[in-house]
Ligand binder design. Structure first.
Ligand code: UD1
Length: 340
């Protein structure tokens, strides 16, 4: 089977490419390299011993995309990751987010349709649930008004798939990720944040290695046991493996629904302080952190109900927070050339 991964040199895309290649799929990658580099394709080859077929292609370049599909035939399914993902940046540059994430996806879906590619696995986010009324959140929990343009683009992406599936041969699996973190055990691939990281774990590892001075904990006066926000952190390798289950389900037409949604989380919430403690334990380093004010737009707590993914996809997250911290730390040391 030939699978096209958009955004395949990015963080989750590269880990998914590894799992697919290890399972015998032929992998094609397109990426515009806006937040990654072509060297990632070599790292994927180093890990798996198999080469993904890489092309620098931008989903927003319609004629380039057309050309791509003219030259690359017999694609059985697309896994669509390519998108901008920084929440704060999306508030500052909403049109850039709408243009890239929504127009890019429209181009992709139209080209898929013209080339009779009927299967798509879509990378969505738990951000669609906003501040959930009931925890854990199930796939039937209401989708709330988006808190950011980034969140809105994920909701629109989902809606395009629901609508297109009704009137065409398109089959979709929509995966709502909780908080992806960790890196590959080889420390050859991982997250490469550009500039100052927004997300907690890269901020922790960059602080520990000395690239940032101090981590600010965004508020410790929330209504949670230790006062800090609770999230469902999930290891990126676990997440990548879920895409194998999703592909299997969609390619073998196991579902009666043409567009299906799954939450991908561990089902366990960890507070910011618990994440810091886990990091300190596995790295054997004291982290320099201070308590700061709340960050605007943060939900208090969110974690996933995992029953549907466990039972229907036959997938379960296996790695715990300590392993996420350990592999994130090993990755940080690798990219910073840490010698100690
Ligand atoms: C955000 C997005 C989510 C996206 C994810 C990964 C929202 C609501 N969620 O999740 O859609 O998939 O990023 O890109 O926008 N924290 C600190 N100090 C820091 C950084 C973070 O205390 O320096 C805290 C945050 O306040 C939060 C937790 O750590 O409580 C996790 O934050 P973060 O890693 O940014 O992820 P989310 O905001 O949960």
């Amino acid at each position: 089977m030939r699978i096209l991964i958009t955004g395949g040199t990015g963080y989750i895309g590269s880990h998914t490419a590894v799992e697919l290649l290890n399972s015998g799929y032929e992998v094609l990658i397109i990426d515009n390299l806006s937040n990654s580099n072509a060297g990632v394709a070599d790292k994927i080859e180093k890990i798996t011993g198999r080469k993904p077929i890489f092309s620098k292609t931008d989903l927003c370049d319609r004629s380039g995309l057309k050309e791509y599909f003219r030259e690359n035939k017999n694609i059985d399914a697309v896994i669509h990751f390519a998108a901008f993902k920084a929440v704060g940046e999306s508030v500052q540059k909403p049109l850039m987010y709408y243009s890239n994430n929504i127009s890019g996806m429209i181009n992709l879906l139209e080209e898929m349709s013209e080339n009779k590619i009927e299967n798509i696995v879509y990378s969505s986010s738990c951000t669609v649930y906003g501040e959930a009324d009931k925890l854990p959140v199930t796939e039937d929990s209401p989708v709330k008004k988006a808190e950011s343009p980034y969140g809105f683009t994920k909701q629109v992406g989902e809606q395009m798939l629901f609508d297109a599936s009704k009137v065409s041969d398109l089959h979709s699996v929509i995966l709502r990720y909780f908080n992806p973190t960790g890196a590959h055990d080889s420390a050859l691939i991982g997250e490469l944040p550009v500039g100052i990281p927004n997300n907690l774990v890269p901020y922790i590892t960059q602080t520990a290695i000395g690239e940032r001075e101090v981590l600010t904990v965004n508020g410790n006066d929330y209504d949670t046991p230790d006062g800090t926000n609770i999230r469902d952190y999930i290891h990126v390798v676990d997440l990548a493996k879920a895409h194998l289950s999703a592909l299997d389900r969609i390619l073998s037409r196991k579902s009666s629904e043409k567009a299906e949604v799954f939450n991908l989380g561990t089902g366990k919430g960890n507070s910011v302080m618990e994440v810091i403690k886990s990091f300190e334990k596995v790295s054997n380093k004291k982290l320099n952190y201070r308590i700061g004010p709340r960050r605007e737009g943060d939900v208090v707590s969110i974690y996933s109900e995992t029953k549907k993914a466990n039972e229907v996809l036959g997938w379960k997250a296996e790695r715990d927070i300590d392993n996420m911290m350990l592999t994130s730390w090993n990755w940080q040391k690798a990219i910073s050339g840490y010698k100690k």
